[in-house]
Design a protein around this ligand. Structure first.
Ligand SMILES: *Cc1c(COP(=O)(O)O)cnc(C)c1O
Length: 369
């Protein structure tokens, strides 16, 4: 059996150190807002290249707090528009609508699967306040053109870095440090994954950092004094300690993902399958390995691989604009986004899959008709 992702194997890679870190917190008797969060936030800021990291409960909250902070700061108002890729995981869009902001969906490019920067300027209006880019599948979605548009129209650039820990832009900046603020998820399956939920906001903006920190802690900056109507959305000390261990190995774990990805790029030769453009190594953290399967054969390939002991997952089978929760968009036509939803399949990739297992996946795929 070659599972899509074995979290047990991923944890076991650094199991002894993780267990030690968990025991330290368990026996230390301090479980929230302590030294583990402080240490992790400091190291994560260094790694990403921002002044501030604010730990919070999960990646969705991280994104929610960024937009909410901009509203509290008077930078945005409910009803303002935020440009977002139509093919993102729904959390990016939920964070926008949760704040009463209006998502403006922009199609991706089929060869990169990332937001099409040629289709952004035409949807900018006087109410546009931000572009939310998503480094989907671990691929760098930032382009200098997007940066220039933000300057020209005075827009905030928000990065959804949930899938791209350790990815870089061509100029060497790490994703999560390129925009005005970034939301990160530490969901267990992510490149930097906790043993439960976790998230963070990174930014260089001290006002935004202070607002996010307060919002994620009941809206309070001073004990029993409440500036905002916030929520309890904190990162706990056990998860911070686990993340601190795993951050040390992130570059090494990502290097392993790259080897697996290159094995797929070199080995997969099947006319039914299209691979997205191969980016320079540092621009892809290879969180997922998406392929596009032609001629209505995606589900057949999934079933064939499953029968042969290989797990695959679709990211994502129903586009956000086709979801019941956004029924007002159900009639919209976004052909590229819909094509991806109908043809995408993600192959096994991660820090624990072996070269032999990868070779077996390649062999099976090349035999698929
Ligand atoms: C995982 C993910 C999120 C949300 O993170 P959670 O920690 O699960 O809340 C947001 N955006 C993208 C693109 C994701 O993949």
């Amino acid at each position: 059996m070659i599972p899509f992702l074995s979290l047990k194997d991923v944890t076991a890679l650094h199991g002894a150190e993780i267990n030690e870190a968990v025991s330290r917190v368990v026996n230390g008797g301090w479980y929230l807002q302590g030294k583990e969060n402080e240490r992790f936030e400091e190291k994560y800021s260094k790694f990403i290249g921002t002044k501030y990291t604010i730990g919070c409960a999960n990646g969705l909250d991280a994104l929610i707090w960024i937009f909410r902070a901009y509203i509290e700061m008077g930078v945005m108002q409910p009803g303002d528009e935020v440009i977002v890729p139509a093919n993102t995981y729904i959390a990016t869009i939920l964070a926008i609508t949760e704040n009463g902001l209006k998502p403006v969906l922009v199609e991706p490019k089929l060869n990169t699967l990332e937001i099409d920067d040629d289709k952004i300027e035409e949807v900018i209006t006087p109410r546009t306040k931000a572009i939310a880019i998503v480094h989907l599948y671990g691929r760098n979605a930032y382009t200098d053109k997007i940066g220039a548009l933000c300057k020209k129209y005075n827009l905030k650039l928000v990065e959804d870095n949930a899938q791209a820990h350790g990815c870089k832009h061509t100029d060497g900046r790490v994703t999560g440090s390129i925009g005005d603020a970034a939301g990160h998820s530490f969901y267990p399956g992510k490149n930097l994954g906790a043993l439960g939920d976790g998230g963070a906001v990174t930014t260089n903006d001290p006002e935004l950092a202070a607002a996010v920190r307060a919002l994620a802690n009941y809206g309070s900056q001073k004990k029993y004094v409440f500036k905002y109507t916030g929520r309890n959305s904190r990162l706990d000390e056990i998860q911070a300690a686990v993340l601190d261990v795993k951050l040390k190995y992130l570059v090494q774990d990502n290097a392993h993902r790259k080897e697996v990805a290159h094995q797929y790029y070199e080995g997969i030769k099947n006319p039914v399958i299209t691979l997205p453009d191969l980016l320079p190594d540092e621009q892809n953290a290879f969180h997922l390995f998406p392929i596009l399967v032609g001629e209505g054969k995606r589900d057949a390939l999934h079933d064939y691989l499953e029968k042969n002991g290989v797990g695959t997952v679709i990211h994502y089978p129903i586009a956000p604009h086709k979801q019941e929760c956004y029924r007002e968009w159900n009639g919209m036509s976004l052909p590229i986004t819909e094509y991806i939803a109908d043809h995408e399949l993600s192959l096994p990739i991660g820090p624990a899959i072996t070269r032999e297992e990868t070779a077996e996946v390649v062999r099976l795929i090349n035999q698929f008709k």
